[in-house]
Design a protein around this ligand. Structure first.
Ligand SMILES: Nc1ncnc2c1ncn2[C@@H]1O[C@H](COP(=O)(O)OP(=O)(O)OP(=O)(O)O)[C@@H](O)[C@H]1O
Ligand code: SF4
Ligand SMILES: [Mg+2]
Length: 328
């Protein structure tokens, strides 16, 4: 692949809240630069509540047009794709599978609707049922198990698998999964996470996995981006970022989980296990970690640090300023 699958270039989303007289600007996402490419990967966005994960997901899915910056998919600005073309490439999986399906409609209705809208059967010369069955098989379900049934006849885990199957019907290149397991109980969590890994391998699917749960991030990720108050503060191969973090915020996260891979295996089987630190106090300008950081210097409170490449990882921290321009 000559162009990266996904490239985010200076993506910023500002929300204006308040009254006409006193408006407050919220930087939900701030100057995010990321690339996802190479072989299929699970790329995780991990961050505390309010760090901008869902806003970024909505930008990737074209639900929101960012205030600044651009997103490129295979080298083309996502705004320039026709809607049906884009839907076939990028599919969402949401947090709450109960909201994906209307309780008054048979679940199969959604599969038939997707086939009709996107003319999947006609393109492939297959029957609708065989396409649905194939998608359901990918998530360890079958057409026989689904036919004629309503939402209340499925468990939460089955519903999440159904929403993944619906997304798979168009044979997408990328899934954007926003907290897909946070509403599931322990055993179903593992099942769905393992399913995402299997789909990556078997269907060559790229997955953007979004979570505030460090344990599942440890468990599943190939690459990871750590978000703090709208910024990506550290990104790189998961093992490198999680075992040998550079950004002081990631270091703090890492310290909260002393044996990441061992604890992750256990943690995904806990009912809870949500371990991202909440940073309550922060300053508007400069580094969002400055009030908690033991290494903070004057510039940290005045100016947002740039993205600095350090040995295969990109880190947004003034500590690494000296490596700028040295091609490290
Ligand atoms: N439509 C909106 N209008 C105003 N502010 C918004 C809007 N959507 C999000 N925000 C704000 O933007 C920031 C980022 O929100 P976002 O939902 O993207 O965070 P998140 O990381 O997904 O959090 P969570 O883990 O709780 O889902 C928050 O401060 C939120 O209050
Ligand atoms: S930029 Fe400064 S305050 Fe922010 S993490 Fe780095 S050293 Fe700490
Ligand atoms: Mg969210």
């Amino acid at each position: 692949m000559s162009e990266p699958l996904l490239k985010l270039d200076g993506v910023t989303q500002i929300f204006q809240v308040g009254t006409l007289l006193s408006k407050v600007k919220i930087y939900a996402v701030r100057d995010v630069n990321l690339e996802v490419g190479g072989n299929p990967v699970i790329f995780t966005l991990v961050g505390e509540s309010g760090s901008g994960k869902t806003t970024l997901a909505n930008i990737l899915l074209r639900v929101i047009v960012p205030t600044e910056g651009s997103v490129y998919f295979l080298g083309k600005n996502i705004r320039h794709y026709r809607k049906p073309e884009f839907i076939r490439l990028v599919q969402p999986v949401f947090q709450n599978p109960y909201e994906t399906f209307n309780p008054l409609k048979k679940v199969e209705t959604y599969f038939h609707l997707a086939i009709r809208k996107l003319q999947i059967a006609r393109d492939n010369g297959c029957t609708a049922e065989s396409i649905i069955d194939k998608a359901l098989n990918s998530v360890a379900l079958s057409w026989e198990e689904v036919r004629g049934k309503y939402l209340h006849e499925f468990s939460g885990g089955q519903l999440q698998r159904l929403s993944i199957a619906r997304a798979l019907m168009v044979n997408p290149v990328l899934l954007v999964a926003d907290e897909p397991v946070s509403m599931l109980d322990a055993s179903l969590r593992i099942f769905v996470l393992n399913l995402l890994r299997k789909l990556k391998e078997e269907r060559q699917l790229y997955v953007i996995y979004i979570t505030h749960d460090l344990a599942t991030a440890y468990y599943i990720s190939d690459y990871i981006a750590v978000m703090l108050r709208g910024s990506v503060v550290e990104t790189g191969p998961a093992e490198k970022v999680l075992l040998d973090p550079l950004h002081p915020y990631t270091v703090l996260l890492r310290e909260s989980v002393p044996n990441p891979y061992e604890e992750a295996k256990e943690a995904v089987s806990w009912a809870g296990g949500e371990q991202v630190l909440e940073i309550e106090e922060y300053i508007e300008e400069g580094c969002k970690f400055a009030l908690r950081c033991a290494h903070a210097k004057a510039i940290c409170k005045q100016k947002m640090p740039p993205d600095i490449p350090v040995d295969g990882v990109v880190v947004k921290c003034w500590l690494y300023e000296r490596t700028l321009g040295k091609g490290v």
